[in-house]
Design a protein around this ligand. Structure first.
Ligand code: SF4
Length: 448
């Protein structure tokens, strides 16, 4: 097997110049990401996957068929390249290299191609900023719920033109997402908490003046931010209404997302602000049915846009200890980390390459870096801060990725919201909307 070295764009250019097709190995989340690119989607003939529950089924709607990997031994693969779309790409490469039928087949692994993208290049910008902004914008428009498909398409096309700018040198600086952490307090102690909140021995609230000062410096330096996420357990923050009011007034922010563990009732002041279309709340269902019912009733009663996230699994990010990864390994972890692509973070006077970096710095766990974060200083002015933000996006790799497994492939999943002490009884029930409940009853009736 001949292994492809290069970026996804280089691979697609070559494929199109030869007029070759593709067969993909791996019919999961990574494959869906790949298929979002029309240039890939139109080249794919079929998928193979080692998991028997995916085989002999269609994938991505009805568009593709999935077979067992042995199909590669019998299919005519002339003028066809193999694309591995799985976190297990190294193991798959190793296994397929021993198949004589594939001796002359060209094989590319999507995670390795992402690692090959050069910071500062047009492809890097497109994959790490442009596409992320458009995905965020699309999702925020859907959550607002006040646009139909045609209007959404028009707005997305308009946004794309704006983000591309007249040319690369005069491009606006728009960030897909920034997370702000108003508090390190939480009433739960979840195993594998991505915010590391159970590890804070002295959790604190960040003064709202600090948060708004940091955001002010950020907004002065950029042309827009599609979404701000208010992290931690936001409803524990006493100054949340002030922070939300500030965000509501910011024209450069399109949407604000709050994620709650569902056990804390939002205050009437917070609810009144959250009614605005700019805000959206995600309610995590960790099985605390009574508290969650009250939270959902409060949001519903106030007309807040929200959804309940049930049956969640988390990616296991592991502990904060160094893993001893070299620069190449850190690069691979960073380039394959969705959070690193999507979201920068602001915490207590600094802007960080990702939310994990912000939390580890706050935790004082020995993590330090010369390039993963910078101080938001008044005296730097907009242009200097803008250059530092661009540098954060163009990082080749980060030191934080030596203390985190989120972008390590294959990643490990863990159940969401399991308590460390194991002392919170998880309900067997969840909330279902009335119309969904009626639909479920009808479906159950048909199956009887
Ligand atoms: S530390 Fe690295 S792997 Fe972890 S979230 Fe940040 S970018 Fe991703």
């Amino acid at each position: 097997m001949k292994l492809w070295q290069g970026t996804p764009d280089e691979f697609l250019d070559w494929l199109e110049s030869e007029d070759w097709e593709l067969v993909c190995y791996g019919a999961g989340a990574m494959a869906e990401d790949v298929l979002r690119e029309p240039r890939f989607a139109e080249k794919v003939r079929f998928f193979v996957d080692g998991s028997s529950d995916k085989q002999e089924r269609s994938f991505y709607g009805e568009r593709y068929q999935v077979f067992a990997p042995d199909r590669l031994r019998t299919e005519d693969l002339s003028c066809t390249a193999l694309l591995i779309t799985s976190g297990w790409f190294r193991e798959i490469e190793r296994e397929l290299s021993a198949w004589p039928e594939l001796e002359n087949v060209c094989c590319a692994a999507f995670p390795a191609m992402l690692t090959a993208c050069t910071p500062g290049s047009e492809e890097f910008f497109r994959r790490r900023i442009l596409e992320q902004c458009l995905l965020e914008y699309d999702s925020a428009l859907r959550q607002r719920g006040d646009t139909d498909n045609n209007e959404r398409k028009r707005l997305l096309a308009e946004k794309r033109d704006f983000l591309l700018g007249p040319d690369p040198a005069h491009r606006p600086l728009v960030l897909p997402r920034v997370m702000i952490l108003p508090t390190t307090r939480c009433n739960l102690r979840c195993k594998g908490c991505s915010s590391l909140l159970p590890l804070f021995e002295h959790p604190t609230d960040i003064p709202v003046e600090q948060n708004t000062r940091d955001l002010e410096l950020l907004f002065r330096s950029i042309d827009g931010c599609i979404r701000v996420t208010v992290g931690g357990e936001p409803f524990l923050s006493k100054t949340l209404p002030e922070l939300l009011t500030y965000l509501q007034e910011q024209e450069k922010v399109f949407s604000v997302l709050l994620i709650t563990n569902s056990t804390i009732q939002p205050s009437p002041e917070a609810l009144a602000i959250l009614q605005a279309p700019k805000f959206y709340v995600e309610v995590s269902d960790y099985g605390h049915i009574q508290q969650m019912s009250r939270t959902v009733a409060a949001l519903e009663g106030a007309g807040v846009r929200f959804r309940v996230l049930t049956e969640q699994v988390w990616d296991d990010m592991g502990g904060v200890e160094p893993r001893g990864r070299d620069d190449t390994q850190r690069r691979e972890v960073y380039r394959n980390c969705e959070q690193g692509w999507l979201m920068k973070s602001i915490f207590n006077g600094k802007m960080h390459v990702c939310a994990r970096s912000a939390r580890m710095y706050a935790l004082d766990c020995g993590y330090e870096s010369a390039h993963d974060y910078f101080e938001l200083r008044e005296e730097d002015g907009g242009e200097k801060i803008r250059a530092k933000i661009r540098a954060l996006y163009d990082l080749d790799f980060t030191d934080a990725c030596d203390r985190c497994d989120l972008g390590r492939l294959p990643n490990k999943k863990i159940p969401a919201g399991v308590q460390m002490a194991g002392n919170m009884k998880k309900s067997a029930y969840t909330l279902v909307r009335r119309d969904e409940y009626e639909a479920l009853k009808r479906a159950a009736g048909k199956n009887q």
